[in-house]
Write a protein that binds this ligand. Structure first.
Ligand code: AKG
Length: 259
């Protein structure tokens, strides 16, 4: 799916857009999966607004913005499990991460038309720090995206700066790092944007009449271990490629909720 040149681009820049990873039918299946989750969540009265709070936008503007989000979508709908281990995904991941790849978590992000929420610029590192920094996000586009409907922006090469101080652990100073300081990664449905969890990224609001739906998978090398007990949950640890060299240290302990 990608060659040495693309892998080199990722190592240098901390991101890579790969076109046409998923075909139309696979995208339709995932769109149906997103709709299914949204409907079931509404029926269960579990619909929260996941828009990020903070001082990165004026309060009046912020309160209008909406983000529908769900974590660990591969535990909700099989279309996301199939996508998570799709041969095209695995082909890219093994080039960018190495032979032994694990899922850390997945989530879906729906930015509704006209008021879909923004993401101020940030690194993902503070949310789930690991010791080897192999973690990357694979953002699967279920819709065509551009500046109008809030496409992702990345600042090339920033993965080499290491972890930066975040406001309340959430995002970078928005005056120093406005969303416009990043390269806009316009993409089509079926494309996947891969970016390291240290690469500074964010996205603007959806001001268009079109929805922007993405599914985001975070993957890492199987021997890249957490340095803090944060964001370790039932979505973590399935092997996506290769073998687990650390299987004795990485056995999840499950509890049942609702007891
Ligand atoms: O997809 C987006 O617009 C941004 C998502 C993001 O930055 C995140 O979930 O960390």
């Amino acid at each position: 799916m990608i060659g040495a040149k693309e892998a080199q681009f990722y190592q240098e820049n901390g991101y890579l857009l790969v076109k046409g990873v998923f075909n139309k039918e696979e995208i339709e299946n995932m769109r149906a999966g997103v709709e299914n989750i949204v409907q079931r969540a509404a029926a269960a009265k579990m619909v929260d607004n996941h828009a990020w709070q903070g001082d990165y936008l004026p309060p009046d503007e912020l309160k209008k913005l909406v983000l529908k989000g769900f974590h660990d979508v591969h535990y909700h709908d099989a279309s996301f499990t199939r996508a998570m281990v799709h041969p095209n995904m695995v082909a890219v991941l093994t080039q960018l991460i190495g032979p032994n790849v694990q899922i850390h978590h997945s989530k879906m992000l729906v930015k509704p038309p006209e008021n879909g929420a923004a993401f101020p610029m940030h690194q993902d590192y503070p949310y789930f720090p690991h010791d080897k920094n192999t973690m990357l996000a694979a953002s699967v586009h279920l819709d065509d995206t551009n500046e109008e409907n809030g496409c992702l922006h990345v600042i090339p090469g920033t993965h080499k700066q290491g972890p930066l101080p975040h406001v309340g652990k959430h995002y970078l100073d928005h005056k120093e790092y406005p969303i416009a300081s990043g390269v806009a990664c316009e993409a089509e449905a079926g494309d996947v944007l891969f970016f390291n969890y240290l690469t500074i990224h964010g996205s603007g609001p959806n001001r268009s009449e079109r929805t922007r739906r993405n599914v985001l998978y975070e993957y890492k090398a199987a021997d890249d271990m957490p340095t803090e007990k944060v964001h370790i949950n039932w979505g973590s640890g399935l092997m996506v490629a290769g073998e687990n060299p650390n299987f004795q240290q990485a056995q999840p302990k499950f509890t049942l909720s609702g007891d």
